[in-house]
Ligand binder design. Structure first.
Ligand code: 8X3
Length: 256
């Protein structure tokens, strides 16, 4: 395991789910964390716990990745010692609805495309040039099995995650010859508020997604993210596809 002590790790979507789990998983490494999300009160609660448990001092960044001007101005004004990001975890993302494409909500589509694709692009565009000029850095994108397999009703969500897969590949090709690494972590079913968000708070419908299965936990995914970030510099874990044991494909789930 390579040390990432004192390296600056920026996690988007850090207020819940896999992003929050990444904050907890990176804290013991001694990295300096920038926790970014729209909900600053949630970040404050996480940061307080990290400080108490690990002595981590985090920088909290209230950020909507969809807002390009906000991304530029807030990332430009990161204070020392957080100004130079070494590891970017592009985690912010969401799904909305499971409607057939021809019946889908355009507002839902725009929210997913704006967050999962455009938001990831804005943050990446702003952070990666500094990595290239400093000659060190790593981008870890949160993809999904939905970027590898389309399922009924997944249409636009799957398209956004396919875009993340292609953008990870494209960024890796474009960074070839630099020491900056690009990695994609693509989980299947993870128990977060993902389904609550997808079904706009319909708890029964969200619960059905995980009924009778043991899904991945956010910590399972965060473990893999930290693994990718702590390889020696000559090793790039390019893409990790991970499922719960109870899931063999997007649609093949073993419910007991
Ligand atoms: C989350 C996994 O299969 O619910 O991205 O789309 S899935």
């Amino acid at each position: 395991m390579a040390s990432i002590q004192d390296q600056v790790v920026l996690i988007t979507g850090a207020s819940s789910g896999i992003g929050a789990a990444c904050a907890y998983a990176f804290a013991p490494t001694g990295a300096k964390l920038i926790l970014a999300a729209r909900r600053k009160d949630r970040l404050e609660a996480i940061a307080a716990e990290l400080e108490q448990s690990f002595g981590t001092s985090s920088y909290l960044l209230e950020l909507d990745v969809c807002d390009r001007l906000q991304v530029e101005s807030r990332l430009a004004s990161l204070p020392e010692p957080w100004a130079s990001v070494d590891i970017l975890i592009n985690n912010a993302g969401l799904s909305r609805g499971l409607d057939k494409l021809h019946e889908g909500s355009i507002q839902d589509w725009e929210e997913m495309i704006d967050t999962n694709v455009k938001g990831l692009l804005y943050v990446t565009r702003y952070i990666v040039p500094g990595m290239v000029s400093r000659g060190r850095g790593q981008v870890i994108n949160m993809g999904s099995i939905a970027g590898h397999q389309t399922y009924p009703g997944g249409n636009v969500y799957c398209a956004t995650k396919a875009a993340v897969r292609v953008l990870s590949e494209g960024l890796k090709l474009d960074l070839f010859g630099t020491p900056v690494r690009v990695c994609s972590v693509d989980p299947g079913m993870v128990e977060t508020d993902f389904s609550q968000v997808r079904f706009r708070g319909d708890g029964d419908r969200a619960a059905q997604v995980y009924a009778g299965v043991t899904p991945l936990s956010p910590a399972d995914v965060a473990d893999v993210v930290v693994f990718c970030a702590t390889r020696p510099l000559h090793v790039n874990i390019s893409d990790v596809v991970m499922f719960p044991t109870d899931q063999a494909s997007a649609t093949l789930v073993n419910r007991r």
